[in-house]
Design a binder for this molecule. Structure first.
Ligand code: AQP
Length: 336
């Protein structure tokens, strides 16, 4: 039996932060040798909220370079840009026509982001999960490694597959494969530095709420120094009254590579004045090799472009036949 196939992606909307890294990319890197992997920069998703055309290309290069800098290895993984493979848009349309509107209106991410857009909320934002379903289904992906916030979208993808197979396939001959989410417990939901009850997010207006992978040591120090804490002495995990404490200890645990038990014992008598410098040092040291590799990759744009060109070819070789299969099942059978 061949390796299981993995697909995942990140939007080129601003800087990647520790949530994107610990919730998604770090897991891609750790699992990549076991699977056949496709990682895309989802630039079609990036325009579902107002975007700046002047920075879209630069942001897309940045995310692709960060994939390599974080350790995505081309021996096991393909990196490509979503808009380079037109099958993503085409399958989205076909899936749109079998997805009930009320399934999309129920999506939590849509409701949260739509509130921020007010009157200007786009049809694209509502349709975001269908585009995501197309991303996954075009590759017959078995597994989709994401953070906790994307779980509902994977469930919707599964509902779309069941409906499409039911209407246009047969139990013995399904049209599309049913994917599974791959969500790690640790780091699945990294919280904001300014509010431990909200997830760390690129679109939070406060820069102080997140640590970006490309932040300088000074910026990291400043953000941790000013992050929200509480007045209680001694640090502990899993106290619902202390969400910031749990979040910061979790970050320290994952980035230091220590176990939760070791960190619980190490920090139980600490105050914030002792813990914050420790966390600062750990974050800076963890991000240093990523930042160095990022600078190397960005210094050679033609190499990065060749990675994306090759990625596009490998992606199309899988995606185009699957798109044709869906079109045939839906009745598009007149030869070109
Ligand atoms: N705080 C988080 N903790 C754990 N995982 C997270 N992810 C995002 N935030 C956290 C995971 O990162 C991957 C890529 O996300 P994305 O950029 O495509 O979209 P997103 O989920 O919308 O990311 P942001 O930063 O939260 O952006 P905005 O502010 O635009 O909503 C996904 O696997 C996601 O689960």
């Amino acid at each position: 039996m061949g390796k299981q196939r993995v697909l995942s992606g990140v939007q080129p909307t601003g800087n990647l932060h520790l949530g994107n890294y610990l919730g998604a990319i770090r897991n891609w890197v750790e699992g990549q040798s076991q699977y056949e992997n496709f990682f895309c920069v989802v630039d079609l998703h990036a325009i579902t909220v107002p975007h700046n055309p002047a920075t879209l290309a630069a942001d897309t290069y940045k995310i692709a370079a960060l994939y390599l800098a974080c350790g995505i290895d081309l021996q096991y993984s393909t990196i490509f840009v979503q808009s380079h493979v037109s099958a993503h848009s085409e399958l989205t349309w076909l899936l749109n026509c079998i997805t009930p509107l009320n399934w999309l209106e129920r999506m939590i991410q849509f409701k949260e982001k739509a509130v921020k857009q007010g009157e200007n909320v786009s049809t694209g934002l509502l349709d975001y999960p269908v585009l995501m379903a197309a991303d996954i289904l075009l590759y017959d992906a078995d597994l989709v490694p994401v953070g906790e916030d994307q779980k509902q979208h994977i469930e919707l993808t599964r509902d779309i597959v069941i409906r499409l197979n039911d209407q246009f396939g047969s139990p013995k001959k399904p049209v599309l494969k049913l994917p599974e989410p791959l969500i790690r417990k640790e780091g699945a939901r990294v919280m904001s530095l300014t509010d431990g009850t909200k997830k760390m997010s690129k679109s939070d207006p406060s820069e102080l709420s997140r640590i970006n992978l490309l932040d300088s040591p000074d910026e990291i120090q400043k953000k941790i120094k000013r992050c929200k804490t509480d007045p209680i002495k001694g640090l502990e995990f899993d106290n619902p009254e202390r969400p910031e404490c749990n979040n910061l200890l979790t970050l320290y645990t994952i980035l230091s590579g220590k176990t939760k038990e070791v960190v619980a014992a190490e920090c139980q008598d600490m105050g914030w004045g002792q813990f914050k410098p420790l966390l600062t040092e750990t974050v800076i040291e963890s991000l240093k090799p990523i930042q160095q590799k990022y600078d190397e990759v960005m210094a050679d744009k033609s190499y990065l472009e060749s990675v994306l060109r090759e990625g596009r070819q490998q992606a199309e070789a899988i995606a185009n036949p699957i798109l044709s299969k869906v079109k045939t099942a839906l009745g598009y059978s007149i030869p070109l």
